[in-house]
Design a protein around this ligand. Structure first.
Ligand code: ES4
Ligand code: ZN
Length: 344
């Protein structure tokens, strides 16, 4: 376990985590009680009568195909949004994340949020953003964890809705380092959203997009993100592991020095251990700046950033290589130079 201490203690930066994906069954249960709401699985699932039932439903061990796995995840994830109502709820959601990762020695993070999943339920921007802002300030003050936010646009909704939300977010732009694209990728190529991402680029935002593993057209999606989005390509790519199949894509990523946010635990639902390690190794050995992240820890077996980091040891990364992985995240982060200097 001396080696595990090395991974545990190394200063970390997290660049791929959805704040809604950190809503644990414990916290969801507490918020539901406080707000007088029933807890259900999915958008219209059966009512759950205890925290234990909720935890059990979220971690269903039924064998699933890839498509079923994805459907189950999105039902579980979006179904949990309904307990978030007040500024205090958003504050506690974010604080719960910061407390978890402070204990794992995370010093800085860029955290995704999905505003469309909140405004669609009548939550105001002020409630959401002020709750996040207070947690951000408290985490910096009391936990030595600094943070910025990445507003994600939901690709399964119309591009017009993305544009409306982009414009509505501008009053909060001081809190927002970049704009991302997430949610269900099925038949939703990045270029559908070129207009809003080009505008974001012109306005000075960084841009990044999800290209998840196990998607149809994954190579074409990666190509669009790395060479076309926002003009000549995004600043980072979220996941993008399938670039390892294609030397031409690896070349673009390397030449443009595009950071990749890899979330190993998340892929174990779709890929075996023995496929995953070699793909990460191929990208890393090519000199591509891959980073280690958690994605949706509360919905993925309670695997937070430290658990994802521990996997790198199992994949055979040496201590020296682990230091490189940690530095990669600092380098490809959108923190100011003085924050970067502070972290490492
Ligand atoms: C997500 Cl596409 C995707 N994957 C994992 N978590 C997510 N949260 C929102 N979109
Ligand atoms: Zn993600």
């Amino acid at each position: 376990a001396a080696n595990d201490a090395f991974v545990r203690d190394i200063p970390k930066v997290e660049l791929h985590v959805h704040i809604e994906g950190t809503l644990t069954p414990e916290l969801r249960w507490k918020l539901a009680q406080r707000n007088g709401l029933k807890v259900k699985f999915g958008n219209n699932g059966p009512e759950l009568h205890s925290m234990e039932e909720l935890r059990y439903a979220m971690n269903s061990a039924e064998p699933k195909t890839e498509d079923e796995e994805r459907e189950f995840f999105f039902a579980s994830y979006y179904g949990a949004f309904d307990t978030l109502k007040t500024k205090q709820d958003y504050f506690e959601l974010a604080m719960n994340y910061f407390e978890h990762v402070a204990s794992m020695n995370v010093r800085y993070c860029e955290v995704f949020f999905d505003p469309q999943g909140h405004t669609s339920r009548g939550i105001s921007w002020d409630v959401m953003m002020e709750g996040f802002k207070e947690a951000q300030m408290k985490a910096q003050r009391e936990l030595n964890v600094r943070c910025s936010w990445i507003m994600c646009l939901l690709r399964d909704l119309p591009p017009e809705d993305a544009m409306d939300h982009y414009k509505a977010a501008l009053p909060y732009r001081d809190m927002i380092a970049g704009i991302g694209l997430d949610s269900n990728e099925y038949q939703r190529p990045p270029l559908l959203f070129q207009e809003v991402f080009s505008l974001a680029r012109r306005d000075g935002f960084r841009i990044t997009m999800h290209c998840d593993v196990g998607q149809d057209n994954t190579h074409e999606h990666i190509r669009q993100v790395t060479s076309e989005m926002g003009g000549n390509g995004a600043d980072r790519i979220d996941h993008g592991l399938n670039a390892a199949d294609r030397p031409d894509l690896m070349d673009i990523i390397l030449k443009r020095d595009i950071g990749m946010t890899i979330c190993p635990w998340a892929y174990m639902r779709y890929q075996t251990y023995s496929e995953l390690g070699p793909k990460m190794r191929l990208l890393f050995d090519a000199g591509i700046r891959i980073t280690i992240n958690s994605d949706d820890p509360a919905f993925m077996d309670d695997a937070w950033i430290l658990h994802n980091w521990l996997l790198t040891k199992h994949f055979g990364f040496t201590d020296e290589e682990i230091v490189t992985l940690a530095r990669n995240a600092v380098t490809v982060s959108w923190a100011s130079q003085s924050t970067k200097d502070d972290i490492m």
